[in-house]
Design a protein around this ligand. Structure first.
Ligand SMILES: NC(=O)c1ccc[n+]([C@@H]2O[C@H](COP(=O)([O-])OP(=O)(O)OC[C@H]3O[C@@H](n4cnc5c(N)ncnc54)[C@H](OP(=O)(O)O)[C@@H]3O)[C@@H](O)[C@H]2O)c1
Length: 337
C-alpha cells in the first residue's frame, strides 16, 4: 500500500511517499480503506519532532485526522461492521473519564502511525461511525479540530444560550467553535487578520468581528460588543501574545479555554487579573471517545457542515502542508486518498 512516512531522520525533508505491506486485522481489530484526511496545525509541528516524546519513533506515518471504510474485521469485532464509514479517534486510549498520563500518549499521526496510508488497522474501540450527511472530506475534518472546540465549549465549558464567546482566527478549531456556539444559541465574536475572512465568518453566523491587525488592542475594541461586561468564554488559540488581551476582556468568573500557542508557548500575563476576576483557565487536550461520539450525534442531528477550504490529492501532502502553513485558509485543508 501507499504511505507517506517520515523516515531516516526528522524534518520535512524526510517526509516521503513510500510503501508498506498491506496490513491485516487481528482479533478485535478492523481494517480501514482510507478515503480522506485533513490537516491540523499540529501536523506541521510533528515532522520537526515538535512534541518530543509524544511524536514517537521513525518511520512514522503522519497526520492524525481521516475517515475510512471498514473493509475487514477481525475475530470478535462487534462495534462496527464491514461497510461502515468511520473516523479513527484522535486519542486512541482515552475512551472516557478523566484524562491521565496513559490516555494522553496515544495520539494518531505521532506517536501512533497516522492516516496517510491506503489502509489502516486499528482496535475496534479506536473508531467511531460518522454521520451519513457528511462527504468523506467533511467527515475527515472531525477527530481533532472539531472535538477540541466541542470539548472546550460543551464538555468542559458548559456553554449556554445567550453566552458571549470570543474565538481567535478562522482556522479549523475556530470555525468549529463558531458553528457549535451558534448551534447552542450563543453570541459569537471572531477576531481575524483579514476583513474578507471576517465577512465570511459573519456569513456563517458570527455576530461581531474585529481585525486584530488593524486593532491590535482588540480587548479594548471588544468591550463595546459585550456592553462592557466582558466575554463569558474565550477560546485561546494564539497563546503568548493573545492571552494578555483575553484577560482584559473576559468577564469576572468567565472561562478561558487554553488550546493553542500560535503566537508562542510561554505565559507572560497579568496573574492579578486571573486572581481578582476569578478567571477559570481551562487547558484542553482534544477530547475522549465519549466526547467524540456525543459531538458526532449533535453534528448528525443538526446536519452541521464542516467548512472545507481546499482539497488536495493524496500525493500532494507537502503542498497541502505548505498551504496550511501560509495561513491563507478559512476552515479546513483536506486530502483525498
Ligand atoms: N489543545 C488541543 O487539544 C489542540 C487541538 C487542536 C489545535 N490546537 C492548537 O490550536 C491552534 C489552532 O489550531 P488549528 O488547527 O485550528 O490551526 P489553523 O487551522 O492553522 O488556524 C490558524 C489560524 O489562527 C489564526 N491566528 C494565527 N495567529 C493568530 C494570532 N496571533 N491571534 C489570533 N489568531 C491567530 C489565523 O486566522 P486568521 O487568518 O483569521 O487571522 C490562522 O489562519 C494551534 O496552536 C494548535 O496547535 C490545540
Amino acid at each position: 500500500m501507499r504511505v507517506f512516512q517520515i523516515e531516516g531522520g526528522w524534518g520535512l525533508d524526510h517526509l516521503v511517499l513510500s510503501s508498506r505491506p498491506d496490513p491485516r486485522p487481528g482479533a478485535g481489530e478492523v481494517l480501514l480503506r482510507m478515503k480522506a484526511a485533513s490537516l491540523n496545525y499540529r501536523d506541521l509541528v510533528v515532522p520537526d519532532r515538535g512534541y518530543g516524546q509524544y511524536t514517537g519513533t521513525l518511520p512514522l506515518i503522519p497526520i492524525s485526522d481521516g475517515v475510512g471504510e471498514v473493509v475487514e474485521v477481525g475475530a470478535g469485532v462487534s462495534r462496527v461492521a464491514v461497510g461502515d464509514r468511520v473516523c479513527p479517534s484522535f486519542l486512541q486510549r482515552w475512551v472516557g473519564g478523566e484524562l491521565n498520563l496513559e490516555r494522553i500518549t496515544g495520539s494518531l499521526g505521532g506517536p501512533i502511525d497516522g492516516v496517510m496510508a491506503d489502509l489502516m488497522v486499528l482496535p475496534e474501540g479506536g473508531v467511531c461511525r460518522v454521520p451519513e450527511h457528511l462527504s468523506d472530506v467533511q467527515a475527515a475534518t472531525l477527530p481533532c479540530a472539531a472535538l477540541t472546540a466541542w470539548s472546550a465549549l460543551v464538555t468542559e465549558g458548559g456553554l449556554r444560550a445567550g453566552d458571549r464567546l470570543l474565538v481567535q482566527g478562522t482556522g479549523g478549531v475556530a470555525l468549529f467553535a463558531l458553528q457549535f456556539a451558534k448551534m447552542a444559541g450563543a453570541h459569537v465574536t471572531v477576531i481575524s487578520s483579514s476583513d474578507d475572512k471576517l465577512a465570511r465568518a459573519r456569513a456563517l453566523g458570527a455576530d461581531a468581528g474585529i481585525n486584530y491587525r488593524s486593532e491590535p488592542e482588540w480587548a479594548r475594541a471588544s468591550r463595546a460588543i459585550t456592553d462592557g461586561a466582558g466575554f463569558d468564554h474565550i477560546l485561546e488559540l494564539g497563546g503568548e501574545k493573545t492571552l494578555p488581551q483575553s484577560l482584559r476582556c473576559i468577564r469576572p468568573g468567565g472561562t478561558v479555554s487554553m488550546i493553542g500557542v500560535l503566537s508562542g508557548g510561554t505565559m507572560s500575563a497579568s496573574l492579578g487579573l486571573i486572581v481578582t476576576r476569578q478567571v477559570r483557565l481551562q487547558g484542553i487536550t482534544v477530547g475522549s471517545r465519549d466526547g467524540f461520539e456525543a459531538m458526532l450525534r449533535a453534528i448528525g442531528q443538526h446536519r452541521l457542515e464542516p467548512i472545507v477550504d481546499r482539497v488536495f490529492e493524496f500525493a500532494e501532502l507537502k503542498d497541502a502542508m505548505a498551504y496550511l502553513a501560509s495561513g491563507a485558509h478559512f476552515g479546513k485543508v483536506c486530502l483525498r486518498h
